[in-house]
Design a protein around this ligand. Structure first.
Ligand code: NZQ
Ligand code: MN
Length: 400
């Protein structure tokens, strides 16, 4: 066995009430911050005001940009970057779910590079689907995040996922300078997630690590994080979905999200994420992980049917970690058991919905299939079975 293991230096401050650490973390990186949030949740819940007071206490002034919408666009990033440049901020704080953290990362890239002659449009830094892109260097402004969902792991990944509204392409991109310097995970904020958001984001955690395990980009140092995170999701997601104030379950899902982000940085997602980004790229009203849940079973069936012995064993591992079997005796049967266990999990958290129910039209399938390959080719290549466009279209049809 040979491998290279490398993770950028970053710090996670985890615990109830730890939002109060944002001032100290920010003051080490400058005296003026751009706080990026979604439209309303953090303001309504009073956490934004608290964060600003913690910043002020440490002598950091802040400008607020609140225009992030779920499945964020490059246009929003460019607008936020313009504000960051006009206000000459020293650092960017992403205070929200994946959409907000990803937008903050994009803003930090543009606002860091533009004064040195770099592009003012984030799309120019995205490499997917083109020959050339601008390099993302250490000129990127320091990024801090406060994650308010337990789903994307974006607080511990260098990735940002943005939709180009002109093409509906929704690639992920990222480089080491986009890794947050410090991330705060405060369960008191996570507790405010309503049940449907808890379920959806929790399923994203499962999705990352289960794909990391079966991916061709799997990695021995990611596996322990991935398996542990699957175990936590199986045990704690149904609990916190039923009772949002179950703080043990809430905290363990936040740990699982952090493990999954680390695993996702080392390993890679596969066909499920490739195809889903095409769905929410064309249909921004579809929550990312609801899209994932809707296509999960058809993709598993495709991989188990067409994959080799290693793939079946990996799915068997998922069944084992979810507690559906004690050990893998027969690979094929173990893989089938993983299908049953995942189907039961999806049902238990009320996410068993077809794409049609989410508003996806069959007529979009050819465009979504094309977008899967054009913008998410890396994840397609990491799938244990390389599909052709027709296979992808069939999977979408089955998921309707
Ligand atoms: O926008 P506000 O008003 O803040 O409300 C948000 C939003 O409407 C609300 N919310 C967030 N935290 C809350 C809360 N409401 C109450 N209490 C809280 N504590 O939830 C809604 C959804 O937020 P969003 O950020 O869109 O959700 P999520 O965290 O699931 O992020 C999804 C985005 O991340 C991308 C997805 O594609 C999608 O664009 N991903 C990012 C990844 C990464 N950077 O590594 C990897 C993932 O695979 C994923 O692709
Ligand atoms: Mn995801």
């Amino acid at each position: 066995m040979e491998f290279v293991h490398s993770l950028p230096e970053s710090k996670v401050i985890f615990g109830a009430g730890k939002l109060d650490q944002i001032g100290v973390a920010a003051s080490k990186r400058g005296s003026k911050a751009l706080i990026v949030t979604g439209k309303s949740s953090m303001e309504k819940l009073g956490f934004l005001e608290k964060a600003r007071s913690y910043l002020e206490r440490e002598g950091v002034s802040s400008i607020h940009f609140n225009e992030v919408t779920p499945n964020p666009t490059t246009k929003t990033v460019d607008k936020g970057a313009k504000l960051a440049l006009e206000e000459d901020v020293d650092l960017v704080i992403g205070f929200g779910g994946g959409s907000t953290m990803d937008t903050a990362k994009g803003i930090a890239v543009v606002a860091g590079h533009a004064p040195e002659g770099g592009s003012k449009n984030i799309w120019d830094y995205v490499s997917a689907g083109k020959e050339e892109s601008e390099e993302i260097t250490e000129a990127t402004l320091p990024i801090l995040t406060i994650t308010t969902t337990s789903g994307t792991g974006s607080h511990v990944t260098p990735y940002s996922v943005l939709t180009n509204p002109e093409t509906n392409g929704k690639p992920g991109f990222g480089d080491a300078p986009m890794f947050p310097d410090v991330s705060i995970v405060d369960p008191e904020i996570l507790r405010e997630m309503p049940p449907d958001l808890t379920a959806i984001t929790g399923y994203d955690v499962y999705s990352h690590v289960s794909e990391n395990l079966i991916s061709k980009g799997d990695h021995p140092t990611a596996d322990p994080y991935a398996k542990e995170a699957i175990k936590f999701v199986g045990k704690y997601l149904p609990r916190v979905y039923k009772d949002g104030d179950d703080m043990e379950a809430r905290e363990m899902m936040a740990v699982a999200d952090t493990y999954a982000g680390i695993s996702n940085t080392i390993s890679s997602t596969a066909l499920r994420h490739a195809m889903e980004h095409a769905v929410s790229g064309f249909y921004p009203e579809v929550a990312h992980a609801q899209g994932l849940a809707s296509i999960t079973l058809p993709i598993m069936r495709y991989n188990i049917k067409n994959g080799d012995s290693k793939v079946r064993r990996r799915y068997g591992e998922i069944a084992r970690v979810l507690g559906a079997i004690d050990e893998i005796k027969d690979e094929k049967m173990a893989a089938e058991k993983s299908l049953e266990a995942v189907e039961a999990l999806i049902k238990e958290i009320d996410m068993d919905k077809g794409l049609g129910e989410l508003g996806v039209e069959s007529s979009s399938i050819p465009d979504m299939a094309e977008s899967t390959f054009k913008y998410m080719e890396g994840d397609v290549e990491h799938n244990p079975v390389y599909p052709d466009k027709e296979d992808v279209e069939k999977i979408f049809e089955e998921a309707m």
